[in-house]
Ligand binder design. Structure first.
Ligand code: SIN
Length: 198
């Protein structure tokens, strides 16, 4: 279930108000983007995992990490896709960790409870950060070549957008994840956006 109404540009207050978590409560978090490879938070357990009904897409603008206001980068969000499987990593964290995660994911991402399948078969409920189409930073679909041009050009406080894509692709490969969207963008980026068909 998502909070009612429009998503704020900064979602920290919305997330904190919607899911009240006790500081010591162990909670599963499902990560599918930078949360797979940039683990700057404490966790109790970490397991490869997947969720059903969602697809990873470079459709979210980033004005706080991989771009700046007026020159956003592109980062991943999840888009509903019945039957699709999305692989990532699940972390069991203490409830208090969401205070810093909410700040990290504040540019349009709302937490949502989803069923998560852990490697090995265990099923748990976990929180996932999703930036929906109603958030002000949402950019939506574009031809791959346009996505790559934007990614190649963007940079923000967390580094280049290029690095975000390459690290994500490498991490997904390490998980044996089949993600044609991410790998196609990675290949185009490595070939150079100038050599991409319009
Ligand atoms: C995630 O990794 O689960 C959310 C999107 C991101 O921070 O890249």
């Amino acid at each position: 279930m998502k909070p009612e109404g429009k998503t704020a540009a900064d979602t920290v207050a919305q997330n904190a108000a919607f899911h009240r978590l006790a500081d010591d409560e162990p909670v599963w978090l499902f990560g599918y983007g930078s949360l797979i490879y940039k683990v700057d938070f404490p966790y109790i357990r970490r397991r490869p995992a997947c969720i059903t009904g969602w697809q990873r897409r470079f459709w979210q603008g980033s004005e706080d990490h991989r771009g700046v206001p007026g020159r956003p980068g592109r980062v991943v969000t999840l888009v509903e896709a019945p039957g699709a499987e999305c692989g990532g990593v699940a972390y069991q964290v203490a409830g208090r960790v969401f205070r810093s995660l909410d700040v990290r994911e504040k540019n349009g991402y709302l937490r949502l409870w989803v069923p998560v399948r852990l490697a090995g078969g265990d099923a748990v409920d976990g929180l996932v950060y999703i930036a929906g189409p109603d958030n002000p930073a949402f950019l939506g679909p574009a031809p791959d070549a346009a996505l790559v041009r934007q990614i190649a050009a963007a940079r923000g406080p967390s580094g280049s957008n290029r690095e975000y894509l390459l690290k994500l692709a490498a991490a997904l490969r390490g998980l044996d994840e089949d993600d044609s969207h991410v790998y196609a963008l990675e290949t185009m980026l490595r070939n150079g956006p100038g050599r991409v068909d319009p």
